[in-house]
Design a protein around this ligand. Structure first.
Ligand SMILES: Nc1ncnc2c1ncn2[C@@H]1O[C@H](COP(=O)(O)OP(=O)(O)O)[C@@H](O)[C@H]1O
Ligand SMILES: [Mg+2]
Length: 270
């Protein structure tokens, strides 16, 4: 089965800006035309969500995003019976709606969800492409224009929460990392409004701090934090205040680590 590009489910969507890291756009398009599910992996704030919205808009598809969390169950995705005016009526969840109507269903941080979520995804992510709804007795066949995309961050998960091979082997996987220096400078400048010349030292600081990851820090400075920092500077905050509020404080609560990071910041931005 091959699906046309530019499926007109969401024809007027504006295409959010996205600066590619490699061949991910071509991979996503091929996965879409051949109805393959996609898994995006990479650190937080490196552009995974932006990529999904960019590609969906390019392909003319609506996106329904589900941020997964500890309490998220299969019923939150598929739907449930609700009381409405004295009657119980079945209400589709976001996954069921996408299966019926087409579009991208994007499950962000999939490993956070309860185990029964993976069970619901299995028959949808192989060649059956079906969603059995136990509660209503229906077996829904996914619309040709339905696509599952999931994301996860391999960095901070403990072993208990690693994605099971039986689930991960159902997806085309695309690895994301932070953009190369020049592209990250351009992206942060566009998103924040701060000129590239002023963004460059902030990106250089982020790159230095990312090298410390693993020693004292769980996660490196994300592009998202860099954009916050540059936005504060663009709004008139002194660079040192912006760096502390948007880069150092979000990274750590440990006073010693904070002091060390501030030293690195001082040395880099001097
Ligand atoms: N490659 C990129 N192109 C354009 N913007 C990007 C890119 N990578 C990151 N960004 C910016 O960083 C922000 C955070 O990225 P996001 O997609 O939310 O990260 P993730 O989903 O990986 O946590 C986005 O809102 C966007 O402004
Ligand atoms: Mg995201």
């Amino acid at each position: 089965m091959t699906i046309a590009l530019n499926h007109p489910l969401n024809p007027k969507a504006e295409i959010p800006l996205y600066s590619p890291q490699g061949n991910e756009c071509a991979l996503f398009e091929s996965a879409w035309t051949r109805q393959l599910p996609v898994l995006l992996k990479g650190p937080t704030g490196c552009g995974k969500t932006r990529f999904v919205h960019h590609m969906a808009a390019r392909l003319g598809l609506p996106v329904s995003t589900v941020s997964c969390h500890d309490d998220l169950t299969a019923a939150d995705l598929t739907g449930r019976y609700l009381l409405k005016g004295g009657e119980t009526v079945w209400v589709d969840g976001p996954l069921t709606r996408a299966v019926r109507n087409g579009g991208v269903c994007y499950l962000d941080e999939i490993v956070e969800a309860r185990k029964d979520v993976a069970v619901v995804l299995h028959p949808l992510t192989d060649d059956r492409r079906i969603l059995p709804l136990e509660r209503t007795g229906e077996i829904l066949e996914a619309q040709s224009a339905f696509m599952v995309v999931v994301s996860y961050n391999p960095g901070y998960q403990n072993l208990m929460k690693a994605l099971k091979p039986s689930t991960r082997q159902r997806f085309i996987s695309i690895e994301f990392d932070f953009l190369p220096r020049e592209k990250e400078i351009a992206t942060v400048a566009i998103e924040s409004g701060l000129p590239e010349g002023k963004v460059a030292p902030l990106v250089d600081l982020a790159r230095r701090l990312r090298n410390l990851k693993g020693q004292d820090l769980e996660e490196g400075v994300s592009t998202r934090l860099l954009i916050y920092c540059a936005t504060l500077v663009d709004a008139g905050m002194p660079v040192s205040d912006a760096v502390r509020a948007a880069i150092i404080e979000p990274l750590t609560d440990d006073a010693d680590v904070k002091a060390a990071l501030l030293e690195v910041a001082k040395a880099t931005l001097a």
